[in-house]
Structures are given as structure tokens and as C-alpha cells.
Write a protein that binds this ligand. Structure first.
Ligand code: ADP
Length: 159
């Protein structure tokens, strides 16, 4: 079985992430979305909320599994018995960090490869940070994220 892990914060998941998830699911037998529990950052949504939302927005993709993890991505990838890490590339600004991360991970675990999917042009500008910021100013974010996210953001910022 060809299994890939798509790790990230997904705070919250956007249409840009979903585009990468769908495309990865069409390439691999199974895609595990790894939701990072990062004790050094204070997320808007708890890891449990992010997992719940991701499960909801991927119910129509049968070969997608959502799990949370802590610590190094490569350890999680090995635990999942996966061979590939998926990352999305939006612009050159993503590239340098992503390259360093992929190279470091290759040294840590040579049997795991990183595969970059270039974001679709219509989502290239999108980030979770922008979505959070817009929602905090009570702006409509339905062009950027699925209805489950819009609902959760509305509840967070009690529109
Ligand atoms: P992280 O904190 O790990 O960067 P994110 O949730 O911000 O977590 O992003 C997870 C992955 O999704 C990263 O590879 C990122 O480049 C990618 N990504 C984020 N937004 C988009 C988008 N709009 N289109 C495609 N890929 C994206």
C-alpha cells in the first residue's frame, strides 16, 4: 500500500489545503492528514477541533484518514507506516523553509521522501493566518474555507 502523510497545523483548514488533500488522495492509496499539536504555539482551534473539522470536510474522500500527532513529522510518518511526506508549495517564500525541512528529514530518515504539490493558482495566496485574521474582523471567509470552517470561525468570534 502506498501511504502518504500530509502534516500541518491546519488552523484552520482552507480550500488550499483541501486542494492538496484531494490531489494527494488521487495519487496514493491512503493519505493520513497529520494535525500537529505544537506546544510552542497557541492555536486558534484546539487539536481536537482541527481534527473534527478536517474529518467533516474530507468525509467524501474515502482514502483519507485524519490523526493528530506531536513531535517530529518523520516519527509520525514512520508510525503510520507511510513512505512519503506531502507538502504544499505556494510561492518561493514557502520553498526555502520547505527545502531545509525536506533535507533535514532525509538525513533523519532516508527511507522517507518528501513530495511537493504546487498549489493551484486560485489558492496560491491563501493561508490559515489570513483566514483567521479576516474572521477576527468579522469578514466573510466563505470564499477561502469550507462551510464547516466558516461555522466554527463564526462560533469562535461569536458573530
Ligand atoms: P505548517 O504550520 O506545517 O506550515 P499549515 O497548515 O500552514 O501548517 O500548512 C500545511 C501545509 O499546507 C504546508 O505544506 C503548506 O505549505 C501547505 N499549504 C498551506 N496553505 C496552502 C494553500 N493555500 N495551497 C496549498 N498548500 C498550502
Amino acid at each position: 500500500m502506498r501511504r502518504a502523510v500530509y502534516p500541518g497545523s491546519f488552523d484552520p483548514v482552507t480550500y488550499g489545503h483541501l486542494d492538496i488533500i484531494r490531489r494527494a488522495a488521487s495519487i496514493f492509496d491512503e493519505v493520513v492528514i497529520g494535525v500537529l499539536r505544537n506546544s510552542q504555539k497557541t492555536p486558534l482551534f484546539s487539536v481536537e477541533e482541527r481534527v473534527k473539522i478536517l474529518k467533516e470536510v474530507t468525509t467524501d474522500i474515502p482514502n483519507v484518514v485524519v490523526r493528530s500527532f506531536e513531535g517530529l513529522s518523520v516519527n509520525f510518518v514512520r508510525d503510520c507506516d507511510a513512505q512519503v511526506i506531502i507538502r504544499g508549495l505556494r510561492a518561493m517564500t514557502d520553498f526555502e523553509n520547505e527545502l531545509h525541512m525536506a533535507q533535514t528529514n532525509k538525513v533523519l530518515m532516508p527511507e522517507i521522501d518528501t513530495m511537493f504539490l504546487v498549489t493551484s493558482l486560485n489558492y496560491a495566496y491563501l493561508s490559515s493566518t489570513t483566514v483567521r485574521e479576516l474572521a477576527s474582523f468579522k469578514s466573510d471567509v466563505s470564499a477561502f474555507a469550507p462551510p464547516a470552517v466558516v461555522k466554527a470561525l463564526n462560533e469562535k468570534f461569536s458573530l
